[in-house]
Design a protein around this ligand. Sequence first.
Ligand SMILES: *Cc1c(COP(=O)(O)O)cnc(C)c1O
Length: 450
Amino acid sequence: MNNWIEKDLKYIWHPCSQMKDYETLPPIVIEKGEGIYLYDTDGKKYYDVISSWWCNLLGHCNPHISKAVKKQAETIEHVIFANFTHKQAIRLCERLSKILPKGLCKFNFTDNGSSAVEAAMKVSFQYHQQTGNPQKTKFMALTEAYHGETIGALSVGDCDLYTKLYKPILMDIVRVKGPDCFRCPYRKNRDNCECECFEHAEKTFEKYGEQTSAILVEPLLQGSAGMKIYPPLYLKKLRELCNKYNVHLIADEIATGFGRTGKMFAFEHAGVSPDIMCLSKGLTGGYMPMAIFVTTQKIYDAFYDEYNTGKAFMHSHTYSGNPLACSAANAVLDLLEDGRILEQANKNALYFNNLIKEKFLPHPNVGEVRHIGLINAIELVEEKQRKKPFAPDLRIGYQIYKKALMEGVILRPLGNVIYFNPPLVITREEMDKVTDIALKCLNSILPAKK
Ligand SMILES: *Cc1c(COP(=O)(O)O)cnc(C)c1O
């Protein structure tokens, strides 16, 4: 074990990890990155096809973004964002307002995804308090949702792995049974269904709509649930239902924003706008921690009054609107704005999905291959016909992860779902290579022939 690893384990408590696992698989010390590649201190190269926790959008050490951040660091690194402002933030909001779904025009900055979710919830609640609906104190969210891990964000989430233990200290959330397209109880197909499962939302709104402030959704893609994908029609129906009950629709686009689903924002697929949208991850291309919630003029106006009315939104984070982060986000937009990167990514996305279907679908333990944009998920099952899942304690995904790491590919499955969520700039040759390696690793853990 080299010296760095020893010291790491002496001091660092890594996120989302059983630290004891590091006894057999120590943390990998990354030295540098370039494009979709990471290099460790021994010079070993890794394909980063998970975009470093889904945030690296345009490759590691992207020269244009690096240059912008460097320049900003030499100009002004931090500005207190109450009573002061700066050009990078102003430019960023002006540019975002031109590409966001219609009506989203007021920007509030935080410094991570969870905090943006919580700020969005607070703003929704306060809006109703200040517009004559004090009974609207509840929040709704979908089954298997993930919205972050601070107490409020964890409350709206529904992944047992993260929430179960903390239930006694979490908020009471109204849970809407969401879409489950792979195991659709109506025996429909996500490409041509009428979202029959929306009946659950309708029933829940009938019962709790009047008391509800907002419903949170991860549009089209429930990431942490195992890259579960559902059709845009669901969002369209939800928009109408929210209008009917005066419930805010909060879009958590933290994972789906900035081209991940083939459009700039997942909500575009549905052709409707949410009332509040949360952004982070790809926002800065993975350079700096920053998040934003964006909302409508209507919501903003309910807070706009004389100071002594007490209607202001008294929410702040020290790093709100940090100039370095804003400069990274502006650099990301420089690269995305002309549309060529996304266009190329969309062409490659079809290639990637076909490649994965071809290679993986024949395997007896592959239950489904699903994709949206460049994101592809391979759901492993014990029995294909009955879609019977593997027992979680077999840790099939983790075994494949370890294997792939040795082969120089970072997969990091979610339970029994192997997925690819690469930077938008991945090439077809790189797709060929990583799918070959991933298949080889799958075959070594779950041999194709019994
Ligand atoms: C990552 C993520 C969050 C939380 O963001 P953090 O910056 O990790 O707090 C919330 N919602 C979704 C959909 C995410 O993918």
